[in-house]
Design a protein around this ligand. Sequence first.
Ligand code: 4AD
Ligand code: MG
Length: 464
Amino acid sequence: MSQYLLIKKVYEVKPIEEMVIVRGWVKSLRQSKKFSFLVLNDGTTQKDLQIIVDGGLSNYEEVVKLTMGSSVEVEGVIVASQGKQPVEMQARRLHTYCLNSEDYPLQKKETSLEYLREIAHLRSRTNTFSAVFRLRHVLAQATHEYFSNESFTYLHTPIITSSDAEGAGEMFRVSTLHLDKLPKNEKGQIDFKQDYFGRETFLSVSGQLEAETFAVGGLGRVYTFGPTFRSENSNTARHLSEFWMVEPEAAFNTLEDNAKLATGYVKHLIKKSMEECGEELEFLASRYAPENLKTLDHVLNSPFEMVTYTKAIEILEEVSKSHKFDFPVKWGMDLQTEHERFLAEQYFKRPTIVTDYPKDIKAFYMKQNDDQRTVRAMDVLVPGVGELIGGSQREDNYDKLVSRMEEMKMDLKNYWWYLDLRKYGSVPHSGFGLGFERAVMYISGMSNIRDVIPFPRFPKNAEF
Ligand code: 4AD
Ligand code: MG
């Protein structure tokens, strides 16, 4: 019995003159009376395997009927090839698992990314999506590798939570109460004491607060990497309702250390992608972003720009004289994607770290600057995407944090444990969150976030 080899292994081992078995799905078939060229892929590599099937094969009439997407097992001899790939196979035996149904949606000539979103359960069969998801895997592995090397411990923070980590009120409720008979208390309000957890609960928008508790005084350096949920009504190419976030948190790190960590991380992602997904990147670049590889190479070898929010606003105000933005620029505003992209793409032409934002547009936990109006925030903006990372040094002073939370009318009761941190061994500490899908977008050059997550969730859509 010949050995079963993944197509990826066939190319790694190049077992010339050996009989092996491969299994996969037919990409195409070119046939003649005497022999046929069958192109096979099994998802383990960007490369297809070309298989020559001789007309003398006992079930040759079955072979010529094979259609794109049909699943087969082929046993044959691997031989050196003059073609595009170094090796190919000469078939000795072919078994069909499933002759693809004639209504196979991917046979259509017109397979735009929009169309493929409607058949997301089949799109991993295309070159584009198998490339994107192999790249996504490599980025996930590289994430663990980077933080592990930097002595961070991987922490699984809860998905169901009772606190709003960003204080933005964009949470999905978790409840087992029956919507048509909600229990009421004596004040006539919904009685959440009768709900599953005996209180109001939600899907987490960020694991940061819990990560902070483990970083300060506990493990020193931790990172989370998990799904996060936001009910913001953003129907854009950069927002999802369910996305994955990587959130490191490090005791004793200042904002500058935080920026360094983020820079090192993004560069590591690029480096690993180039090392392990060169073919995927080349393919995606050729289809969607011709300059992508050159740009990534440039990013890898140059420092990120660092600029304060106030300086960035000055730049944008100056630019506004000759360049029309949809949102007028003014100190105090939150930067819109158009501003973020302008800074990274056209002004600095590289990833740009904007720091020290106005406190009124940032979350309650950020460390307050002495100027009373800005906080030690940092956003990392990248060409093509805009905001890739949001982070900050955290407010480690108990009184300052309490007064900021009171100012923002937050319910302190819910955060007693978070405030405890500022009483027991409080230290300066910092962290950030990287939107994992935005990283996949940035490195792949794909321009819609819905194309870099297997089954995107966004307003009015939860198909599959
Ligand atoms: O800037 P954000 O909201 O920051 C936080 O959640 C902090 N708690 C992180 C921290 O300091 N530990 O989100 C972080 C990143 C953004 O920069 C963006 O890349 C991504 O998460 N992100 C989204 N990605 C896809 N869809 C959405 N709706 C996103 N919202 C944020
Ligand atoms: Mg942000």
